[in-house]
Design a protein around this ligand. Structure first.
Ligand SMILES: NC(=O)c1ccc[n+]([C@@H]2O[C@H](COP(=O)([O-])OP(=O)(O)OC[C@H]3O[C@@H](n4cnc5c(N)ncnc54)[C@H](OP(=O)(O)O)[C@@H]3O)[C@@H](O)[C@H]2O)c1
Length: 388
């Protein structure tokens, strides 16, 4: 059996690739990688295996150079006869930026790039399954509390960021290209860290926790529910679904659900002991974020009656910790969409996944993140804010 996968140099795709490479029923895994040539692409893939000394089988893992932004990608893939026997595609690549400055690129990659992959997939005689890695956040911001798979896609949904809009549009595109019985949609919630006590494959969402850790005064509801799952859980779940021909649904959340969801309070409690020198975490009303941003532009801009003046201890700590207010301002702007997501209090129903696989409930983030505290210092929160 031959598989084609995108996004292998990313957080989830890397985990999926390593897990898939261990399966003996797979002959070849073709990996779409952005690179000038196949040698460099292969070197990028090798780094994925080297991170935790996983064995890298050069005969099994094959690099296919390509860019989702390339309007000729589908044609190039169609012309590549090595891919003729591909029966499973897993499309994990995406531009996951929440920043407005990347909106048009996010659209180009997540919609235009997906169309390229689908157009090629449509031409494959041996295709059995197209797995689209979506996101549970396509439900938008009007849906609160308990979210089921059937609530999305909904064209009237309000999106906090272009990214989730493009992922929703992507899901809607699938049926235009492929018959329903060849489509599997997996929608992870928030993927953060790894349950194994080792260097995570990416600091991508841990960045947000690292930023809260630096701020310590957090403008968000401490007890809002947040649905977080570790990358190793998501990878295992996707593979179990892909290789379960008896699965009953076309769409699955991969999420913590109610039983294993976390909260900002619990997640920050899990890491706080690593940083005894920092002030304790304090949670305030989300409205204070606007005043925090004003404060970074100059104390004169802060309204006299702002509740922020009651947190002078934290303002002094910020001056000491961030030095330069511009840095803090960049950080607050980058964090803002995450704060909005936190406040949605959304938990994604995971009963379909538990019903159709032998996956257990995921480990709650506030349990497995206890070991992640030591990696937070490695994250340059400013770099992450500029290039999210
Ligand atoms: N992380 C989460 O919390 C989360 C939650 C729900 C769903 N998801 C979904 O899970 C999937 C993987 O997310 P992730 O967190 O692993 O993202 P990630 O770490 O940012 O990885 C993105 C991957 O996409 C590739 N990519 C981006 N632009 C490309 C292009 N123009 N051409 C070819 N490849 C390109 C990247 O390649 P380069 O290395 O070349 O940049 C990288 O391999 C995405 O579909 C995302 O929507 C993620």
């Amino acid at each position: 059996m031959d598989i084609f996968i995108t996004g292998v140099t990313g957080f989830l795709g890397g985990e999926l690739l390593v897990d898939l490479s261990k399966r003996e029923d797979i002959d070849k895994i073709f990996c779409l990688v952005r690179s000038a040539n196949e040698e460099n692409a292969l070197a990028r893939i090798k780094k994925v295996f080297d991170l935790h000394n996983d064995p890298f089988d050069r005969d099994k893992i094959i690099a296919v150079t390509g860019d989702l932004a390339d309007d000729y990608l589908a044609e190039n893939l169609k012309a590549d006869s090595r891919l003729n026997g591909v029966s499973i595609i897993i499309h994990s690549a995406a531009n996951t930026s929440f920043s407005k400055i990347y909106d048009s690129l996010v659209e180009k990659i997540n919609i235009g790039g997906l169309k390229q992959i689908l157009s090629w997939a449509q031409s494959l005689p041996s295709l059995n399954l197209f797995t689209y890695v979506g996101t549970a956040t396509i439900c938008g911001s009007l849906v609160k509390n308990h979210v089921t798979e059937d609530m999305s896609p909904d064209l009237s949904a309000k999106h906090l960021v272009k990214y989730s809009y493009t992922k929703m549009t992507g899901e809607l595109l699938l049926k235009e290209y492929l018959p329903e019985n060849k489509i599997l949609v997996v929608r992870p919630s928030i993927i953060m860290g790894d349950t194994r006590n080792w260097v995570p494959r990416s600091y991508v969402i841990l960045w947000a926790l690292a930023t809260l850790n630096e701020l310590r005064l957090v403008p968000a509801n401490a007890h809002s529910k947040i649905d977080i799952v570790p990358v190793d859980y998501v990878s295992q779940a996707i593979i179990k679904l892909v290789f379960n021909p008896a699965r009953k649904y076309r769409v699955y959340h991969i999420s913590s659900g109610e039983k294993a969801c976390s909260t900002p309070y619990l997640s920050t409690e899990a890491i706080k002991d690593e940083f005894p020198e920092k002030p304790p975490f304090r949670f305030t009303d989300k409205k204070l974020l606007a005043d925090m941003k004003k404060w970074t532009k100059g104390t004169g801009l802060l309204p006299e009656d702002s509740p922020l003046v009651n947190f002078s201890h934290y303002l002094e700590y910020w001056v000491e910790n961030f030095g330069n207010n511009t840095n803090l301002r960049i950080l607050l702007y980058a964090l803002e969409p995450y704060i909005h997501f936190i406040e949605l209090n959304q938990v994604f129903d995971n009963s379909r996944l538990l019903e159709d696989t032998d996956m257990e409930q995921s480990v709650p983030a506030h349990i497995y993140l206890k070991t992640a505290g030591k990696y937070l210092n490695r994250i340059n929160v400013f770099e992450g804010a500029i290039d999210p």
